[in-house]
Design a binder for this molecule. Structure first.
Ligand code: GAL
Length: 353
């Protein structure tokens, strides 16, 4: 487990101890008309590792650090839009003052925002844009797509046919990743053989679709694969190796999220790159904004994004050349996390052990 995660676990444990004290306080407060504040965090799914491993614990730990009398209530929608609508209702019925919402469906989330605002809560659109939200935080998503596209152009030598696997059409970020990637790829020497919008980002769909393409194209005709995130990259690799491509002969494949499995594949030469989004920056800023809002304080300088006061952060490209300088230097992962027995040789070759 990484140092950062250990810290998160330790502070989460500290928070639980504090929270048990708080629960007692809360009861007293309720009797005396108390001032406990409730912040709801609603994340979209759990098959992408970032949400449960980073976003949630980092957010909860930061709120606990900043605010003794704030409670965080947490929900994960498991990629189910109607479940998320019910979760917003449930958060409001528990008197949430601020709703931090990473929507399953960005375009369909306007109703949830209005319901929350009508109930007197403020809404922070977390990572995915929602029109009408009070605040929005994310990374520069079009740049993410452009960086992925440019990395693929470089890794393929700017020639040959590629497959493209985009994110879920319901996720507004996915459209931005796709637009950024196309901006680079359409102006390059690469030819898109086939393209797919994965309805739920799932690795299983990515694997199935790639297998279907291998019935149309020889693996040797595929010079590279644009996968919008690491989960899908894993599905692509399973399809290619399942069709007999040796792990050492995979074409360049992109990704996003700096999942541990992807960093290991990058070190082993099985995936060309990923995009590292320092989630601590995003989750902790969201916690700061949420706490400022429950206290009625100023949230600091924002920028405008489509009419919503926003905080937009910079993504970082990770290849085998800079694993040490990025995710390891940031304590997102330790060398021990990455260099398990299976990756010991690759790590040694990459100077990581
Ligand atoms: C996007 C998000 C990515 C990733 C993806 C699902 O909206 O920006 O970081 O979580 O969903 O893999």
């Amino acid at each position: 487990m990484s140092t950062k995660l250990q810290r998160v676990v330790v502070s989460t444990a500290a928070m639980l101890v504090a929270a048990s004290g708080l629960a007692a306080c809360g009861a007293n407060d309720a009797q005396s008309g108390g001032d406990g504040q409730t912040i709801a965090l609603l994340l979209p799914e759990s098959s992408t590792t970032r949400y449960e491993a980073f976003d949630r614990p980092l957010f909860e730990a930061k709120v606990a650090e900043l605010c003794d009398d704030c409670d965080v209530i947490y929900f994960n929608a498991d990629q189910d839009e109607s479940k998320q609508t019910q979760q917003v209702d449930s958060a409001l019925s528990q008197d949430a003052d601020v709703i931090v919402l990473d929507p399953v469906n960005g375009a369909g989330a306007g109703g949830m925002v209005r319901t929350a605002q009508d109930a007197g809560a403020e809404v922070i659109a977390y990572d995915r844009f929602i029109e009408g939200a009070d605040y929005y935080l994310s990374f520069d998503n079009e740049t993410v797509g452009r960086m992925q596209g440019e990395a693929l152009i470089e890794a393929t030598g700017d020639t040959g046919g590629i497959l493209m696997l985009n994110g879920a059409p319901s996720d507004p970020n996915a459209a931005q990743f796709k637009a950024g990637a196309h901006e680079a790829i359409d102006a390059s020497g690469l030819e898109v053989l086939a393209e797919y919008d994965n309805p739920d980002w799932s690795p299983a769909n990515a694997q199935q679709w790639t297998s279907d393409q291998l019935a149309r194209f020889d693996a040797g005709e595929i010079a590279g694969v644009y996968a919008a995130n690491d989960g899908q990259a894993g599905g692509v690799i399973a399809a290619l190796t399942g069709a007999g491509v040796d792990a050492s002969a995979l074409p360049p494949i992109t990704g996003q999220d700096a999942e541990l499995a992807a960093i290991q594949r990058i070190v082993a030469g099985e995936q060309a790159m990923t995009i590292y989004k320092p989630i601590a920056v995003e989750a902790e800023k969201a916690a700061e904004v949420a706490v400022a809002l429950v206290r009625g304080e100023d949230v600091g300088d924002t920028e405008d994004y489509e009419g919503v006061a926003s905080f937009i952060f910079d993504p970082i490209v990770v290849t085998s050349d800079n694993v040490a300088d990025t995710v390891v230097a940031d304590e997102f992962y330790t060398v021990e996390d990455i260099c398990t027995a299976d990756y010991a040789d690759a790590c040694a070759a990459a100077g990581l052990s």
